[in-house]
Ligand binder design. Structure first.
Ligand code: NAD
Length: 433
């Protein structure tokens, strides 16, 4: 199959490279010249484990190419995937669909034979109808069908998620389009991933319902963690105790500083906006959003409390800035609200992240960055872990103690066993333990 990806970000580039790896002929299109230039030069514009090799081998095999030219990208594809951003619209939290609609308008004049237009971006219910309308308005003779195919990959594990997904969701009812989609995803069916077909609106809503449910699960265990602290229980014991129940499941029951990232915050808000528009209030999700928002700054206050209630003039070493490990993505990272809370209280921030510092510099101000974990903590009054990078899990506690001015550790990801840290002479604060 000949596939065009519109948008070559986390989703477009990973999906494009994986489709090429299955043997399809893929061209990735992006308006961002710097991104495409980097890809032409063999550099990957984002950090995603394994993506560099996957891209290089498929470029070498002649199955994957990149362009900034719509005419090249849209010459004669069987399917065009829209994988552009759908950030929160400033002000009301609705998904900003201007990139999706812009892509639809761009595609329209190039459609010369039957083509499947696939919406892979996360979009509110009814967006497929509007994409169809835009294309038809611009090119009334076009022979096409719009399919919804939401993406469920996780940054940091994106290639494996894409190639071995729990399921693939395809929404639409055009038989020719469904046939093209089945051919595109056939390699996954052989790998036994279920491909489920449903209505286009059902597929659009499935993505939001899935993310809202996962955000709810995280928020639930975070609140249980708060209760554990009050009653003297260990949240990890409780999480294991409930997670072994198949009806609940063990995943997404790890407490922390609140969810962030490029999807959960904006997708929960967008679901609430849709719910308002259709007068079907989603009270649970409303609460999840509110609880999670207040949690991030509360984590900043937790750090202040662990440091004796006063941080003015003190230096705090922060390890981990990205919203989770194995990505350079800073979008809505809890680190932003936590660091700003500490700065508002007068603290100076020294920070390190294995991959996220370039992105962090774009969103945080007045932070001093260091090239490794130990340099970050030299002379600091406390050490705070915000992201659960593997590289932070087995640091030398004796060395940390000798570097810090005072041995205070605040572990917002529960990376260390309390006994180990306290035996090494630290004051230790964790989440829900
Ligand atoms: P991204 O910002 O990394 O990439 C989007 C790309 O689209 C950018 O490079 C941008 O330059 C390009 N673009 C925008 N308009 C364009 C146009 N008209 N023509 C060509 N290129 C254009 O975004 P992302 O993280 O890849 O997310 C894309 C979509 O996938 C979003 O709707 C998101 O919610 C969804 N999604 C993301 C993830 C994730 O983990 N990042 C997972 C599942 C779903």
């Amino acid at each position: 199959m000949r596939i065009t990806m519109i948008g070559s970000g986390y989703v477009g580039l990973v999906s494009g490279a994986c489709f090429a790896d299955f043997g399809h002929d893929v061209i990735c299109f992006d308006k961002d010249e710097a991104k495409i230039t980097a890809l032409h030069e063999g550099r990957i514009p984002i950090f995603e484990p394994g993506l560099d090799h996957l891209v290089a081998s498929n470029v070498a095999a002649g199955r994957l190419s990149f362009t900034t030219q719509a005419a090249d990208a849209l010459a004669d594809p069987d399917a065009i995937f829209i994988a552009v951003g759908t950030p929160s619209r400033r002000g009301d939290g609705h998904a900003d669909l201007s990139y999706v609609y812009g892509a639809a308008a761009e595609i329209a004049p190039f459609l010369k034979r039957f083509t499947v237009v696939v919406d892979k971006s996360t979009v509110p219910v009814g967006t497929g109808d509007e994409v169809e309308r835009i294309i038809r308005e611009t090119n009334p003779d076009a022979d096409f069908a719009v399919i919804s195919n939401p993406e469920f990959l996780r940054e940091g594990a994106a290639i494996d998620d894409f190639k071995r997904p729990d399921r693939v969701v395809i929404g639409g009812d055009d038989r020719r389009a469904l046939d093209v989609m089945r051919q595109i995803y056939r390699p996954l069916v052989i790998g036994r991933s279920p491909v489920i077909e449903m209505s286009r609106r059902g597929a659009e809503l499935t993505k939001y319902a899935g993310n809202a449910f996962l955000a709810t699960k995280i928020t639930f265990i975070n609140e249980i963690a708060d209760l554990c602290e009050k009653v003297g229980a260990d949240v990890h014991e409780v999480a294991r105790g409930i997670g072994l129940d198949n009806r609940i499941g063990a995943k997404f029951l790890h407490p922390g500083p609140g969810f962030g990232g490029s999807c959960f915050p904006k997708d929960t808000l967008a679901l609430l906006k849709t719910a308002q528009d259709y007068e079907a209030p989603q009270r649970i999700v409303e609460t999840v959003v509110a609880v999670n928002d207040s949690r991030k700054r509360a984590m900043g206050r937790k750090v202040i409390q662990a440091m004796g209630g006063e941080v003015r003039g003190k230096t705090i070493a922060v390890l981990g800035l990205t919203f989770k490990q194995n990505t350079d993505d800073m979008r809505d990272s809890p680190a932003i609200a936590i660091i700003e809370t500490l700065q508002d209280a007068g603290a100076e921030i020294h920070a390190h992240d294995p991959e996220g510092m370039e992105q962090a510099k774009l969103v945080l101000r007045d932070v001093t960055y260091f090239g490794n974990a130990y340099d970050t903590m030299a002379g600091a009054d406390a050490l705070v872990f915000i992201t659960e990078w593997d590289a932070f899990r087995a640091l030398d506690l004796a060395r940390i103690k000798s570097l810090l001015k005072t041995p205070v550790m605040i572990d917002l990801r529960n990376l260390y066993p309390r006994d180990l840290v306290e035996d090494a002479g630290f004051s230790y604060t964790a989440v829900g333990r």
